[in-house]
Design a protein around this ligand. Sequence first.
Ligand SMILES: Cc1cc2nc3c(=O)[nH]c(=O)nc-3n(C[C@H](O)[C@H](O)[C@H](O)COP(=O)(O)OP(=O)(O)OC[C@H]3O[C@@H](n4cnc5c(N)ncnc54)[C@H](O)[C@@H]3O)c2cc1C
Length: 692
Amino acid sequence: MSRILGLGALGVTAASTLAVYQTRFVSRIHQASSCQMSRLEDLPSREIIVDSLKKEKQFDVLVIGGGSAGAGVALDAQTRGLKTAMVEYGDYCSGTSSKSSKLLHGGVKYLETALKEMDYEQYKIVQEGLNERINVMKAAPFLSHTFPVLVPTYKWWQSVYYWGGVKVYDFLAGKGILKPSKFVSKEEALEICPTIKKEGLRGAMLYYDGQQNDARLVLVVALTAIRYGAKCVNHTECISLLKDSDGKVNGAVVKDHVTGETYKINAKVVVNATGPYNDHIRKMADEKRKPMILGSSGIHLTVAKYFCPGNTGLINPKSSDGRVIFAFPWEDVTIVGTTDDPAEASHSPTVTEKEIQYILNEMNRSFEKEYQIKREDVISAWSGIRGLVLDPRKKDHKTLARGHLVDVGATGLITIAGGKLTTFRHMAEETMDKVVEVNKLEEAKPCATRGMKFEGGQEYTPMLYRIISRKYGLEESVATHLCQTYGDKVYEVLKLCKSTGKKFPAIGHRLHPDFPFLEAEVRYAVKEYARIPADILARRTRLSLLDARAARQVLPRVVSIMAEELEWSPEEQKRHYEEGLKFLKVEMGVCNLGKGKEDTFELNNAEKTAIYNIFKKVDREKRGYFSGADLKVFLNKRANVHQDILDDVILEANDGNKYISPGDLHKIYLDIKNGSFKGRRLVDHLGEVKWE
Ligand SMILES: Cc1cc2nc3c(=O)[nH]c(=O)nc-3n(C[C@H](O)[C@H](O)[C@H](O)COP(=O)(O)OP(=O)(O)OC[C@H]3O[C@@H](n4cnc5c(N)ncnc54)[C@H](O)[C@@H]3O)c2cc1C
């Protein structure tokens, strides 16, 4: 009963909060549009920005860190009319923000805690997330969309429990609701997601959140800030802080990793938005400050789209150890995650074999046997480090604060920590309110970011891909990808496309035949400040997250296009190629995809014996090879397949050779163990080998 009352109370509070929110929303849109801020037509070059950073006597605000929090603060500060600078150690969004689960959400999990424990703070986090979810979707409609999520239920009480939960979630979203959630029958659930476990299935809850392209989202926030006049630069590390005679932080010494130069940036206020590195910068300001961040690693595995067909995500809200495990379709693959294990801050986090096995075991509990994900199905693996915030009110140094926290140090350094990518705009607003209040920046205008369109969002319409596909003779998949990445800036990319010399597609050379990314995007990315191959592979395109091996295949081409644009010498090209390779191995799981040296699996003795035993069964004449005819005799016992087809299966598996030796068969199985599709038809006939 108390729970029902609790729900009611939450509902009333939600309705009133919503009313306040709506009033503020409308007035802020008005403020934003009445601000009449001027926007730069062309993006300034990196060199021009660096020059301004060096020459400006004093900025109002210097932001350290260009993830979702830092980019949000830079945009907020600049559009309040404050002279703003931002430095980012790597590429924009190269930290945790590019390794998110790609959701725009209030957090159904937080809602569960809010309801179970009658926790008002958790409720506020959900409410904030839902408010900001719709705001981001309006600000960057080309980068986000409504995302259905299925929660299968296997016990009757689960159906009631989840139904109640997601209905409250819908209610809290108010006018920002994306689509009403509903309970679907077992049959409907299997139609939506045919891979889920059937036994005991009662039905499923279907609810809606938002999905986004995190790296591009953060980049467009930074680009919008630059268009409004902020001086933001990537690949620039804050190596120490400057202080005045009273010990107040008033700038930073930064190192440009592109040019190798070190220089000073002076500012009235410095905002620390370095995510898992927040304590590192806080200690630069004051060595004695107690840590406030706990690092926690969360990994994702990428597998093929067919594990999660359609456009609906699948969630298991309770893994064997109580965590949420999910499989989400995203950009034509499935991403599976995630973990939550203690970890140190790192600029190049890596995924361990133990983490991979954990996710596979837990996710496979949700799938039917024939759809279980095998180790060799993993085509990429990446980790992000959460910078969880310790609750300053608790003395134990263990309890985590909920949501985000704005910390004001005695040195004047202001730190924004925790939170979610979804809520970055609101976090930035609160941070800048604090900056203005503490530093009495009376010239600052009110926050103008609510309702503001980000770079690419102004003229975008959902039909844009049809227009450009027809006008320029582009494949639909390429046109869709371009519009959903660049929004109305797609024409800038199209200007850089070269003719194919074919009737169709008329323009645009793909970087990789299996993906819609174009070579012209590399050239455009350089204009948007990409400076190393990893910027292109991981953030400007998402290729390394989608398929780490495909990323490795295009690396030489990416290096050569960047070399043309940035005039790299042969030595620089070699260095960038090697660094790109290292990035793929360490951060994208190319290394972890195999247990052998380099990035490949090898066959162990047991597997070799199993393969040889299969060979002996087919080569009954003991000639030392087998052909399609031998395969037919072998198969006749269990399947009647036409001889021509079997010959073709052998030719396909063995590079056009019609006989298969034991060595050939080992190689075919080895390639399959390493993720190849070639030869899978043959193996279907011969039988699988259990990999160890
Ligand atoms: C596995 C996982 C899944 C998640 N999924 C979601 C989700 O689906 N939806 C959601 O809303 N949230 C999600 N989150 C949370 C969200 O990703 C984070 O809250 C958010 O990205 C943090 O952003 P940030 O800017 O604080 O940190 P970061 O993105 O890490 O940015 C900090 C930046 O500071 C830079 N930096 C560090 N040191 C320096 C220095 N000395 N000088 C200059 N720059 C420096 C770093 O290079 C980095 O780019 C997820 C988090 C994880 C770990």
